[in-house]
Design a protein around this ligand. Structure first.
Ligand code: NI
Length: 226
């Protein structure tokens, strides 16, 4: 599943963060890469503990908590602080095809990465190239979204970021541990919830909506890790 979430951050918020990021301290992205991804990762990023990255992470987590589509698709248990990443044209920066580490180590505790997320902070018109390609079961899919929008996809997917031929691309990349470990079960719960919402929209008082909602919650109860 590959889910696009529009307007996680408003244009004004993106603008404000971007202005502050211009003066930030960027370090070599290989600092946090695993063995395989270090071979293909060429970019810069903020240190995870950089106050600006922390603030951006808290703002994103707050926004996502209020987005029913995100909550339903991810059923999040924990959100890892974001890696604020920058790619520039003409510097050979890119991120070749790789897989994200299954386990992320964080001072607050170790977590499993079930879902990967990229929140775009640069306007797509401001750069060429830099497309994020995600390989799902239907083949490779290119993603380049407006600033403030986000894509959520299984951490089990191979993915890459192409080199830029113009401009600069800044994103916040982070990981989610889901209460539902199994990807098929998580996806099915999302589909079921969407179907219930759609039926409830047409027949809000139909008792079968309540029955199906009960089924949904009982399935979550049965499959969620505490
Ligand atoms: Ni990745």
């Amino acid at each position: 599943m590959l889910l696009q979430l529009p307007d996680v951050l408003s244009s004004a918020e993106v603008e404000a963060f971007r202005a502050r990021l211009a003066g930030a301290e960027w370090v070599d992205g290989r600092a946090t890469a695993g063995h395989q991804s270090a071979q293909v990762k060429r970019n810069h990023q903020l240190a995870v503990e950089d106050p600006l990255a922390v603030e951006l992470g808290e703002r994103i987590a707050r926004a996502l908590g209020q987005m029913p589509d995100f909550v339903s698709a991810a059923l999040p248990k924990r959100i890892y602080p974001p890696m604020v990443s920058r790619y520039r044209a003409g510097s050979g920066e890119r991120f070749g095809t790789h897989v994200d580490n299954a386990i992320r180590y964080d001072p607050r505790g170790t977590m499993r990465a079930d879902l990967s997320a990229t929140l775009f902070l640069s306007d797509p018109e401001s750069y060429d190239g830099g497309v994020l390609t995600i390989e799902d079961q239907f083949g490779p899919r290119g993603v380049k979204l407006p600033a403030g929008h986000m894509v959520l996809y299984p951490s089990s997917s191979l993915h890459s970021v192409a080199p830029l031929t113009r401009g600069e691309r800044v994103t916040a990349v982070f990981w989610v541990q889901s209460l539902i470990r199994d990807e098929v079960v998580r996806r099915s719960l999302f589909d079921l919830d969407r179907a219930i919402q759609s039926i409830a929209g047409e027949w809000p008082d139909d008792p079968r909506v309540l029955a199906l909602t009960n089924v949904y919650h009982n399935l979550v109860r049965a499959s969620a890790e505490p």
